[in-house]
Design a protein around this ligand. Structure first.
Ligand SMILES: NC(=O)c1ccc[n+]([C@@H]2O[C@H](COP(=O)([O-])OP(=O)(O)OC[C@H]3O[C@@H](n4cnc5c(N)ncnc54)[C@H](O)[C@@H]3O)[C@@H](O)[C@H]2O)c1
Length: 255
C-alpha cells in the first residue's frame, strides 16, 4: 500500500510520552511510508522507551535545541543514518513556571528569554541545522497555540507562540528559493506533559468544550499529528508561511 510520505526522510523532535503530539506524528509518518529519526530532550532513554511503541524501530539522537554543540553535530548524525532529509518536525515548547499561571506582569526577563529561546528561536536554529540535509528542498512543520488571542494562564507562552508564528513566516520567506516550506499546525488543547505545566489547562479545555464547532477531545493528539503529516507530504506543495488550525474550528467562532 502506498502512503503519502513514501520515500521521505523526516526528523521529528518532541517525542517524550505517548501523549506527545510528536509521537502521533511519528507513528502516522511511519504508517505513511516515511523513514524517521527522533531527537530527544532531556534524555534519549525516555524517548527510546516511547519509541518502542512505534510501528518500526527508529534511531534517537540527543538534542537540546538551545545547545549549540548538539545543533552542530546534528547534520553528520542524521546524514550517517538517513543520508539527508525531506522534512523536519519542530514540536518543542517550554516556559519556566513563573512565566505562566497569572504572573504575566511580574515575570523576569530571564524567564521570558528562556521561553522565547526554547519555543520560538529554536524553529530557526533547528531549521538551519537541518538545512544542508534538505538538498532537494523540504517541509518544516511546527506546532503553535493560537497567538492571536490571550489565554488564561498561558501568559508568556502567548508572546513566545506569537514569535514562533512570525519566525515561521520569515523562514518561509528566506528559504522559499531553496524549495523549503515552513508551516505550523495551530492545535487545540491536548493533555500532554507540556499541557500539565499550564496551570489553567482545565479552563482552556472548558472553552473548547463549550465553543468548539467540532467535538474536541483533549486526550486525542492524533488529529494534530495528522495535520503535521499532511503538511510534510506533497499534498501542500505550494503552501508556506501558513498556519493550519487543527482546533475543532474554535478559531472561527466568537463567544
Ligand atoms: N498540548 C497542547 O495543548 C498544545 C496545543 C497547541 C500546541 N502545542 C505545542 O505542541 C508542541 C508539542 O507539545 P506537546 O503538547 O506534544 O507536549 P510534550 O510535552 O509531549 O512535548 C514538548 C516537547 O518539547 C521538548 N523540549 C522542551 N525543551 C526542549 C529543549 N530545550 N530542546 C529540545 N526539546 C525540548 C520536550 O522534550 C517535549 O518532547 C509544543 O510546541 C506545544 O507548545 C501543544
Amino acid at each position: 500500500m502506498s502512503g503519502i510520505l513514501d520515500g521521505k526522510r523526516i526528523l521529528i523532535t518532541g517525542v517524550l510520552m505517548e501523549s506527545s503530539i510528536a509521537f502521533h506524528a511519528a507513528k502516522l509518518a511511519q504508517e505513511q511510508g516515511a523513514e524517521i529519526i527522533l531527537t530527544a530532550f532531556p534524555r534519549p532513554t525516555l524517548t527510546e522507551r516511547v519509541a518502542k511503541k512505534l510501528p518500526k524501530p527508529t534511531k534517537v539522537l540527543e538534542l537540546d535545541v538551545t545547545n549549540a554543540e548538539h545543533l552542530e553535530r546534528l547534520e553528520k548524525e542524521v546524514r550517517d543514518e538517513l543520508g539527508g532529509l525531506d522534512g523536519v518536525v519542530h514540536s518543542i515548547g517550554f516556559a519556566p513556571q513563573d512565566a505562566m499561571g497569572g504572573n504575566f506582569l511580574n515575570t523576569s526577563f530571564e524567564s521570558v528569554a528562556t521561553a522565547m529561546h526554547v519555543s520560538a528561536f529554536s524553529l530557526k536554529s533547528l531549521t538551519m541545522a537541518c538545512l544542508p540535509l534538505m538538498e532537494n528542498g523540504g517541509s518544516v512543520v511546527g506546532l503553535t497555540f493560537d497567538a492571536q488571542y490571550t489565554w488564561t494562564g498561558y501568559d508568556w507562552m502567548g508572546p513566545a507562540k506569537a514569535a514562533l508564528e512570525a519566525t515561521s513566516r520569515y523562514i518561509a520567506r528566506d528559504l522559499g528559493k531553496q524549495n523549503v516550506r515552513c508551516n505550523l499546525i495551530s492545535a487545540g488543547p491536548i493533555g500532554s506533559m507540556a499541557a500539565k505545566s499550564i496551570p489553567s489547562f482545565n479552563e482552556l479545555s472548558d472553552t473548547w468544550n463549550h465553543l468548539s464547532p467540532l467535538e474536541w477531545n483533549t486526550s486525542d493528539p492524533e488529529p494534530a499529528g495528522r495535520g503535521v503529516v499532511a503538511l510534510l507530504s506533497d499534498w501542500f506543495p505550494k503552501t508556506t508561511g501558513e498556519i493550519v488550525h487543527v482546533d475543532g474550528g474554535l478559531h472561527a467562532v466568537g463567544g
